[in-house]
Ligand binder design. Structure first.
Ligand code: CA
Length: 225
């Protein structure tokens, strides 16, 4: 099990990481919204322990983006009582559970165990960003409302990019996402699929474009106006 702790109190994050690590979990800890986005772009987590008050933003933003992108990863919000004023809103935004600070380590461990026993939330059936919407059940792609034909490999690449919209998707994760459906894929085939996808998006008037980050991966983002 791999966990991401998003917590700007380094002492608390270190304590949580150590306790969870001693119980056999692989733990990464980051201290802010931007670092969390970067971590989520390159690794797959079974659960996220999310603080809300972060120095560069609100943890709710991370939660909203994950859910809007159709990411079903389990999220335990760990925050001070005051920040929980809108508990219902928090659960509606897609948190699986919450834990109020201060808490005992035993309680944290029990909540994490309970969380990991639950299935991850089902992926949103429709991934969308800008004027692009992909129904992952039927693999129907619509751009600006019109159905757009695209070969299955390009659609798999697009689905992986859409689920990480606005963040870096590493080459490895993109390959994993495509390999799981299509095991004849070579790195060249991914690059070829990206360039065909880019051309199709442009021809169909998509407001999104794919940017290559040399040696790192790709970002799908709104086209500059
Ligand atoms: Ca905080």
């Amino acid at each position: 099990m791999r966990l991401l702790i998003v917590e700007d109190n380094a002492k608390l994050a270190g304590l949580m990481a150590r306790q969870l690590g001693e119980r056999g979990m692989a733990v990464d800890a980051v201290g802010g919204v931007e670092e969390a986005r970067a971590a989520l772009g390159v690794a797959t987590y079974d659960a996220i322990l999310l603080d809300l008050g972060l120095p560069d933003g609100d943890g709710r933003e991370i939660l909203r983006r994950l859910r809007a992108a159709g990411e079903g990863v389990r999220v335990l919000v760990v925050t001070a009582r005051g920040a929980l004023a809108e508990r219902v809103d928090l659960l509606d935004s897609g948190a699986d559970d919450y834990l109020v600070k201060p808490f005992s380590i035993e309680e944290l461990l029990a909540r994490v165990r309970a969380l990991l026993r639950r299935p991850a939330q089902a992926l949103a059936p429709v991934l969308s960003a800008g004027n692009v919407a992909l129904d992952t059940r039927t693999l129907t792609l619509r751009i600006d409302g019109a159905v757009c034909e695209m070969p299955p490999r390009e659609l798999r690449v697009l689905a992986a990019l859409l689920s990480h919209h606005g963040t870096l998707l590493s080459r490895e994760r993109l390959e994993q996402a495509v390999y799981s459906f299509d095991d004849e894929v070579t790195p060249n085939a991914i690059e070829a699929a990206i360039s065909r996808l880019r051309r199709r998006l442009e021809q169909a008037g998509a407001t999104l474009s794919v940017t290559a980050m040399r040696g790192l991966g790709y970002i799908l983002a709104e086209r500059a106006a």
